[in-house]
Design a protein around this ligand. Structure first.
Ligand code: 5AD
Ligand code: SF4
Length: 490
């Protein structure tokens, strides 16, 4: 995808163009020249190692960053003893930050052995001024820092860092710019994330995302469709439309388009088999979207609908803009309209001021909605968010106890819900060889559950019909059903 940029036709003897993406194409060509020269000097290829923390957005950003590195001639490696090491960081919870500091501690030793290597940091954590101050003070060996708004500039920034001995820092507070047509190195040949929008305007009071990812901006439908068509030509069967709040897609476009309308257009792309999307905010989920999902042949039977809390009082404090009752009504409607839909969620335990009664409300919603699965998080105080300044932070032992109780309930229900499709034959997109057992492959159902079944490597990337023999809690063991048998059974 877009990897057909003709670097050879770029004249490096003139100054870089000012316009994007031409400017970045120029710097990719320049980076390639540097890589070639260095590689000749060392008599070996140059390696780069990237590591991604956090969500699907970051994973997709990393594919773009890796696309740039690969096009410039670096060999992608998993070994941190590389010529370039790039960490794409996350800061949604404190743990994510701690992991990065841990890795940096380790890298300081690696860099002492390999002083020529370049260490680059980007992503959400870098958008926090305190983090950058800390790195400038305590991690002087870092060579390049950039943020979430200027990842498209990576080639230019890396060239600057390679030509300088000082720490290069380029951070933007926000941007309206969306640069198209840059290279991408996909992790999977058969599935891909596709950004449809960037940023978030919701300002949930616990969440740092609006501060580090900036204001909401949508890509134009024609750019999204062009990208998806290109991906499908390149063998992609499943796409995941990505946005912090896909339900508000298109509002800020010159010609406004709704998310439901976008989905209908995406559905028309020939050869595309599956459409997923992430994440939906309950306050913006329209009846139109439910209708489109219900009648779609391609939209997967999975909806991630973050609850965060079941207490209307806490939801208000969280600035979520829906009540327990409204959420339950929406979930009920979804269950009624699309009975085979898998509903998943995110829940935070221990938001400031959460009482046992509030927590019981959360358990009540979990019991009523019966989530197919749920991500449960312990509230993490993020500096700069309104919740961080709230009184009544809940004591750690109370939070841990609630978290354990919630997890047990969520898991018990999830096991029962997962068993719903036992005995059925369903299409499965095969994703990989099974990690534990080489005789098995692993694939995904439309509802996002994993299935392991006997098969060989050639099946990876193919959609096959699988008999769901045994539910093992959160996954299935199955058996491939060949076309002939299927016709016979019908
Ligand atoms: N503490 C705990 N969990 C959080 N999330 C976002 N911010 C925080 C925080 N400060 C969770 C929310 C969100 C998911 C991606 O991360 O549940 O939906
Ligand atoms: Fe954070 Fe809320 Fe935006 Fe999601 S919708 S990214 S939880 S502020």
């Amino acid at each position: 995808m877009y990897n057909n940029i003709d670097l050879d036709s770029i004249d490096l003897s003139v100054a870089a163009p000012m316009q994007e993406p031409e400017r970045q194409h120029y710097f990719i060509a320049k980076l390639r020249q540097i890589v070639r020269e260095k590689s000749q000097e060392l008599g070996r290829p140059l390696f780069c190692c990237t590591e991604t923390f956090g969500c699907q957005m970051n994973a997709r950003d990393s594919e773009k960053l890796r696309g740039i590195l690969e096009l410039a001639g670096y060999e992608l490696s998993e070994n941190p003893e590389s010529d370039v090491v790039l960490y794409n960081t996350c800061t949604v919870r404190e743990n994510a930050n701690l992991k990065v500091y841990g890795r940096l501690g380790y890298l300081s030793g690696v860099k002492k052995r390999n002083p020529g290597m370049k260490i680059a940091l980007c992503g959400c954590m870098m958008q926090e001024p305190e983090v950058v101050e800390k790195i400038k003070k305590s991690y002087r060996f870092v060579d390049l820092i950039f943020g979430t708004h200027n990842i498209f500039k990576f080639a230019e920034l890396l060239v600057t860092a390679l030509e300088s001995d000082r720490m290069v820092i380029d951070l933007w507070k926000d941007t309206q710019q969306i640069v198209e047509d840059l290279p991408v190195e996909r992790t999977y040949s058969f599935k891909s994330g596709v950004n449809i929008m960037f940023g978030c305007n919701n300002f949930c009071s616990y969440c740092i995302v609006p501060y580090v990812r900036g204001r909401e901006r949508s890509r134009k439908p024609e750019d999204i469709l062009r990208e998806i068509e290109g991906l499908v030509k390149d063998g992609v069967k499943e796409i995941m439309l990505l946005g912090q709040n896909v339900n508000s897609y298109g509002k800020n476009l010159e010609n406004p388009v709704t998310f439901a309308q976008l989905l209908q257009e995406v559905e028309k792309v020939d050869g595309l088999e599956r459409i997923r999307f992430m994440t939906s905010h309950p306050k913006d989920l329209s009846d139109d979207l439910i209708e489109v999902m219900k009648h779609s042949q391609k939209i997967c039977r999975h909806l991630h609908l973050p609850l965060q809390s079941g207490s209307s009082r806490i939801l208000k404090q969280m600035n979520r803009r829906y009540t327990k009752e409204q959420y339950l009504e929406l979930a009920g409607k979804l269950r009624r309209e699309i009975p085979d839909l898998s509903l998943t969620t995110d829940i935070i335990v221990g938001f400031p001021g959460e009482t046992e009664e509030d927590f019981q409300e959360t358990l009540d919603v979990v019991r009523k909605v019966r989530y197919d699965s749920a991500f449960t998080f312990i509230y993490s105080k993020r500096t700069g968010t309104p919740a961080a300044a709230m009184e009544n932070q809940v004591p750690e032992d109370v939070v841990k106890d609630r978290f354990a109780r919630l997890l047990t309930l969520v898991q018990d229900i999830s096991k029962e819900m997962s068993a719903r499709v036992q005995g059925q034959i369903q299409p499965v997109l095969v994703e990989s060889m099974n990690e534990q057992d080489a005789s098995l492959v692993t694939g995904r159902l439309s509802n996002n559950l994993l299935v392991h079944f006997p098969g060989t490597e050639e099946l990876i990337g193919q959609t096959v019909n699988v008999y769901l023999k045994e539910c093992k809690g959160f996954y299935y063991l199955g058996e491939i059903v060949d076309e002939k048998t299927l016709h016979f059974e019908k």
